[in-house]
Design a protein around this ligand. Structure first.
Ligand SMILES: O=C(O)[C@@H](CO)OP(=O)(O)O
Length: 419
């Protein structure tokens, strides 16, 4: 059986953009290595979850790893918490958190990511102040800074289980059943958490969440760290926006149980780490996630030790969210000229089947995730290439894989790997 290499480029996908003459960022980027791969590949398009769904990274990744989100998804918070090594028991309330900036008089949101320049040291110190100084009535909590402006909050009530059926505080995402959907051009008011059913568990969850946000605001507003940030001309991280609550961890079969395969994972964000751990993958740490040469070396190392490797590079998503065309295109070109340039000469496609795709599209034009299908190519010796000559959405739309749903990809790769 061949080894499986599953490369996910976060937010790689785009949508035909008038500013790019109807092309996508991937199609405009100079990607000789990925184009060379495309010539040997079968191409297709993949709906991470399904048509007309603009997925968040968490649900998208679960789905493209082969897990039906309607069956397994329990919210982003628990996945982020698991990825941050925080215990989530059934009935805990786990939130994805953002350090953000508000006007301290009006609470109007000025920046959902506090300027995207919060250092991990600053975030950890702010989190420490919140953990020390905020006290909740009838509940305990852990608030943990993870990467940059991101964090996790887990609240455990002393009175009983909590329900995650509550609305987000973060106006950038609206609850839609167990999911949240991104709101392009969101309102700038901090939302009140409200119960989405009339259960006591949801009402108490909303009460505790609002209490936490306001008490943490008072602590952050007066923090010396934020006073220093202001003095340096930086935006204060003076509020914690919460979204995508969950009140239990997904109970999923591991990839070992499903396919008898041991996977290694190379990821950089807590949400993907949480998913990888839950699906039974062994973590291959990457010490510097900005070093694409190191990523390639870690992939080659992992291929020697596991049946499959899931490598999830964050790169293109961040500039997509910021609407920064130049940076998103540069991110794609760097992945091509460094990650793939280093990897491909050492990959033996007689022994490896590789998929290159994305977890979702983050078009600069929208500054958020879109429902566009993402480009997909599958390469290994012995398959009949489609004879297309570049890796991009329009070429992929002509590929022999056709349009598939995310849950179909892993079974397809296992089938090809088994020959
Ligand atoms: O964490 C992130 O990278 C993004 C998308 O998942 O979230 P946000 O838009 O809140 O930064």
């Amino acid at each position: 059986m061949k080894k499986i290499l599953y490369v996910v480029l976060d937010g790689l996908g785009g949508t035909p953009d008038p500013k790019l003459n109807g092309k996508t960022e991937l199609e405009v980027a100079n990607t000789p290595n990925m184009d060379r791969l495309a010539k040997k590949a079968k191409l297709g398009l993949m709906y991470p979850i399904g048509p007309n769904i603009a997925p968040e990274s968490d649900a998208a990744v679960l789905s493209i790893l082969g897990y039906d989100v309607d069956k397994y998804y329990t919210g982003r918070g628990p996945l982020e918490a698991h990825g941050a090594d925080i215990e989530v028991r059934d009935g805990d309330l786990a939130w994805r958190a953002n350090f953000a900036t508000v006007d301290e008089e009006t609470l109007k949101i000025l920046d959902r990511r506090a300027g995207r320049n919060l250092s991990t040291e600053e975030a950890k110190a702010l989190a420490e102040e919140v953990n020390q100084k905020v006290k909740l009535d009838d509940a305990e909590f852990i608030f943990k800074a993870t990467v940059g402006h991101r964090g996790v909050l887990v609240i455990r009530s002393k009175k009983g289980k909590l329900s995650a059926n509550v609305e987000n505080i973060d106006p950038g995402y609206k609850r839609h059943g167990p999911y949240s959907i991104a709101i392009p051009n969101p309102p700038s008011e901090v939302q009140k958490c409200v119960p989405l059913d009339d259960s006591e568990e949801a009402k108490e969850a909303a009460r505790l969440t609002n209490e936490f946000v306001m008490k943490a605001f008072e602590v952050l507003k007066n923090s010396e760290i934020n006073k220093k940030r202001k003095a340096e001309g930086k935006k204060p991280a003076n509020i914690i926006l919460l979204r995508d609550a969950g009140d239990s961890l997904p109970k999923v079969p591991t990839l070992q149980e499903l396919y008898g395969l041991n996977f290694g994972s190379i990821v950089e964000m807590p949400v993907e780490r949480g998913i990888a751990l839950l699906t039974g993958m062994k973590e291959v740490p990457i010490e510097d996630s900005t070093d694409y040469k190191l990523w390639a070396e870690k992939v080659l190392y992992a291929l020697e030790h596991y049946d499959g490797v899931y490598a999830h590079l964050k790169g293109p998503d961040v500039p997509g969210h910021d609407g920064n065309y130049e940076k998103k295109i540069k991110s794609i070109e760097d992945i091509d000229s460094i990650f793939f340039e280093t990897l491909l000469p050492k990959l033996d496609f007689s022994k490896v089947v590789m998929a290159v795709t994305a977890d979702h599209a983050t078009p600069c034009m929208l500054k958020s995730h879109s429902e566009d299908p993402v480009p997909l190519m599958i390469i290994t010796d012995g398959i009949t290439p489609d004879g297309l000559d570049y890796f991009g959405e329009s070429a992929c739309s002509k590929g022999s894989i056709g349009k598939i749903k995310g849950t179909e990809l892993m079974p397809l790769l296992v089938k090809i790997a088994k020959g």
